[in-house]
Design a protein. Structure first.
Length: 191
């Protein structure tokens, strides 16, 4: 199944390639200290911490390098300007390319990101779902021992075994991960 993200089409199964914790760390490190792709084989090196200077670029672990290349392929990282780097004591002018975060990635959450999702149980059997950044909403309705999960437009996207599972399903439907899920029961708040 090919899915469409805000950044364009992804290859089938592309979203399955990412380790979420490693991806989060690589995206943070892409901002500071940053990465540089060195040579024609584009080996991934880390840049100098705190300055984004490319001097004394150091190779990264293979799993980090693979994740950087996957994020480049998926459009979550982009090739930036040419750089001069020092690798193994040799200065190599214009031999590297900076790795940058695309502007669209800084405007809001991206597919695959973790979001805080709220379920407000307004009455027994009805939960209203909102996410922390307002990207989606929906409802979870108890019916015949399970819960129907609906989008904000009323489209049923499936069933779930609980409010939490319904919130997770709704987040996945929109390309996100519901982490954490907060559930608030109105009768607990208002008596």
């Amino acid at each position: 199944m090919t899915r469409t993200s805000r950044l364009g089409r992804e290859a089938p199964g592309q979203d399955m390639l990412f380790d979420d914790d490693l991806t989060d760390r690589v995206l943070r490190d892409a901002r500071d200290p940053g990465y540089a792709l060195v040579g024609i084989n584009e080996s991934v090196h880390t840049r100098h911490i705190g300055t984004r200077a490319a001097e004394h670029a150091l190779p990264v672990r293979p799993d980090v390098a693979a994740t950087v290349h996957q994020l480049l392929t998926a459009g979550r990282l982009v090739h930036g300007p040419r750089l001069t780097v020092t690798v193994d004591g040799r200065t190599e002018p214009e031999s590297a390319t900076a790795v940058d975060i695309p502007a669209v990635a800084t405007t809001g959450p991206q597919p695959g990101d973790r979001l805080l999702v709220h379920v407000d149980v307004v009455r027994p059997g009805l939960g209203l779902v909102t996410c922390s950044v307002g990207d989606f909403s929906g409802s979870i309705i108890r019916e015949s021992g399970t819960y129907l999960v609906e989008t904000e437009t009323g489209d049923v996207i499936g069933r779930a075994r609980s409010y939490r599972a319904g919130a997770e399903r709704l987040a996945r439907h929109h390309g996100f991960r519901a982490d954490p899920v907060e559930i608030e029961h109105e009768h607990e708040v208002y008596g």
